[in-house]
Design a protein around this ligand. Structure first.
Ligand code: ZN
Length: 639
């Protein structure tokens, strides 16, 4: 088959049948300059190749060959869910081919699909871990087996392929698998769910893509069955896989963070297709409380290493932040769905925060190593992981090239490949920009097509210049998001007029001419941020943010101290064209035999200035200590 010359206008990651905002496609939103264009280039030039190379090396792709050749019993590699990472790679490749029409990448995608296809069994079953003679039987371990989770990623890869290139063997594999799934888990079938949610949103999207309601019906069965204890109890508790409380009855996201956000995203998808406002608003309320009480400054989610799970409300320790990259990505998927459903820009605010401070933090500057967990406080300089072996620990202190459990790199790859649609949406009469980067945005409104050229150095500076390049004879709305953190000072320049704009949506409605400009200016100067006093782990500390970017202090930038924990911030903060420095004092001769009952910390009277670094850039210069939240001098007894 040939690759299309332009990305299809159907190439959108989700396509809800109703909602306040319409999603745009890869063809309609193209990012071509600045921070996210660079990240997309890194994905194209390094990350996707890296994921494929490693999955060949560790044998996860080879498992499909072994299945066909009958070698699986003695020659299977990776964990029970390793198939899913091959599918996530396929999804990344499919979006990337759709975005760039890269024919060599398309050929690699087709070659991979050709290795997977013969491993599928006659009835549609596809999994390299279960079901063959000598292996555990199919669906004998729904708690931990991840079989339906793997189908979910297969279906999402097929949706990406179908929407960018049309029906092809990957779509056909997915259709056989989805039909099998409906057969086995449908009415009268196995009345259970998968321990790891994911298939729910995939089934809804596959139903949207194919136009067949049976897949959405199956998603509904899974959503409705969950929370009734079907999976049984485990050491981590049933909340680990969200099976202790029905989705509609829960008050907050809890348990394993990735599972929680994937399930919630699937519930929103189902609620939209069923026109079930109660289900959508139940999830929205759970997310609202989760954002208010269980989310890190970075947008990261998950405060427990045990169970990779959410902690209690306000339990957000920096040094034990799990904040898995995949949980951040799942949060973006969930927030995007609710943005589309409601038009509420608070969701776009959290998407921005999570993109800049979780997604952008995961890959190393060269795209060849990744964070799985994203701590906000590295107490001791770590050691460089092996470049040749997968890291056995998710919580590696420096980015590792691969992990025994390597869900995050492929998740980053598929997210970056399909980033454009997260930046802008449309309505019948308007175009809305939610995220900023240089590029082109177009949309079909009721009266025809409109288009805007965006020029900006965001987030280095806060000027976003929109030029209308295609317009209508009639009035239409051009809207921009004023970020929630820009509490004052944002301005909209329209023609010769300047107006102050508050966080949320700022809209201009008029008859636009080609060449008309609107300029949004957002004050970007670095600012201090204080935590909710109920977050005990942060009491007495403040963080610095610059625009949407969370800053950190890395020991690499502090030659006079051996560890950032020896420093106390004075509150002085200077931002000169994005070079952000803070005043600090050094704790001297701080040695106690017993770390309690201490009356005074000796702190140097001299203030020194240290430079802060965007958190997403840390740990690119070798082992270091690092912290986002800085203890303040005023909180130390002797100061
Ligand atoms: Zn992950």
């Amino acid at each position: 088959m040939s690759v299309r010359t332009t990305a299809s206008e159907t190439a959108r990651p989700v396509a809800p049948s109703r909602g306040a905002l319409r999603p745009l496609s890869l063809a309609e939103v193209r990012i071509d300059g600045g921070f996210w264009a660079d990240m997309q280039s890194l994905n194209a030039s390094a990350i996707i190749d890296h994921c494929e190379t490693w999955m060949e090396k560790v044998g996860w792709i080879g498992n499909f060959d072994a299945a066909v050749e009958g070698r699986l019993l003695s020659d299977r590699h990776g964990r029970e869910f390793s198939d899913s990472d091959v599918y996530k790679l396929l999804e990344a490749m499919a979006w990337e081919v759709g975005r760039t029409q890269d024919e060599r990448l398309d050929a690699r995608l087709r070659a991979l699909v050709a290795r997977i296809e013969p491993a599928q069994e006659a009835d549609g079953y596809l999994n390299t871990k279960f079901g063959r003679p000598g292996q555990q039987p199919r669906y004998s371990d729904l708690q931990w087996g991840h079989e339906l989770y793997c189908y979910g990623h297969l279906l999402q890869a097929a949706v990406a392929r179908g929407r960018t290139a049309g029906d092809d063997p990957l779509v056909q594999i997915a259709r056989r698998a989805a039909d099998h799934l409906c057969e086995v888990f449908g009415q009268g079938g196995i009345e259970s769910v998968c321990g790891h949610p994911e298939v729910e949103m995939a089934l809804v999207e596959f139903g949207r893509y194919t136009g067949e309601s049976r897949y959405i019906d199956q998603a509904r069965l899974f959503i409705d069955r969950r929370g009734k204890g079907t999976l049984g109890d485990i050491e981590l508790g049933q909340s680990y896989y969200q099976d202790e409380t029905p989705v509609r009855d829960a008050e907050v996201l809890r348990g394993h963070a990735v599972r929680a956000v994937y399930l919630a995203a699937g519930a929103v998808d189902l609620g939209i297709e069923d026109n079930d406002a109660a289900l959508v608003s139940a999830v929205a309320a759970q997310l609202k409380r989760t954002i208010a009480r269980r989310t890190y400054l970075t947008g990261g989610m998950g405060a427990h290493h045990e169970g990779e799970s959410f902690g209690a409300d306000f339990e957000l320790p920096s040094d034990r932040a799990y904040s898995e990259t995949c949980a951040g990505i799942g949060s973006i998927m969930l927030n995007y769905r609710l943005l589309l459903a409601t038009g509420d820009e608070h969701y776009a605010d959290l998407i921005e925060r999570t993109l800049f401070n979780v997604v952008a933090t995961s890959p190393a500057a060269d795209g060849h190593a990744f964070y799985y967990t994203n701590t906000l406080h590295q107490r001791e300089p770590g050691s460089t992981p092996s470049l040749d072996e997968p890291s056995p620990r998710a919580s590696s202190s420096l980015r590792a090239p691969w992990y025994d459990v390597s869900c995050c790199p492929t998740n980053v790859a598929r997210t970056l490949a399909t980033l454009g649609p997260y930046f802008a949406t449309s309505t019948e009469n308007g175009l809305q920009l939610h995220q900023y980067g240089s590029g082109e945005v177009s949309a079909s409104l009721n009266g025809g097509t409109v288009a805007v050229r965006v020029e900006t150095n965001y987030p280095s500076d806060g000027e976003i210049r929109l030029t209308v390049t295609e317009t209508l004879d009639d009035e239409w709305d051009l809207s921009v998001r004023v970020p929630g953190w820009a509490r004052e000072g944002a301005q909209l320049h329209v023609g010769g007029e300047i107006q102050e704009v508050a966080p949320g949506i700022a809209s201009v409605r008029r008859v636009f001419n080609i060449g008309d400009q609107i300029v949004l200016t957002i004050p970007m100067a670095a600012r201090w941020t204080t935590p909710d006093p109920r977050i005990d782990a942060l009491r007495g500390q403040r963080a610095v943010e610059r625009g949407p970017v969370v800053m950190c202090l890395e020991s690499t930038d502090v030659p006079f101290a051996s560890n950032v924990d020896e420093l106390r911030a004075t509150g002085e903060l200077v931002d000169i064209d994005g070079v952000v420095t803070v005043g600090v004092r050094h704790m001297v001769a701080w040695e106690e035999a017993w770390p309690y009952g201490v009356e005074a910390a000796e702190i140097s009277p001299e203030t020194q200035r240290v430079t802060l670094l965007p958190y997403h850039s840390w740990a690119n210069r070798g082992p270091s200590s690092m912290r986002v939240w800085l203890p303040m001098v005023g909180d130390t007894p002797s100061a």
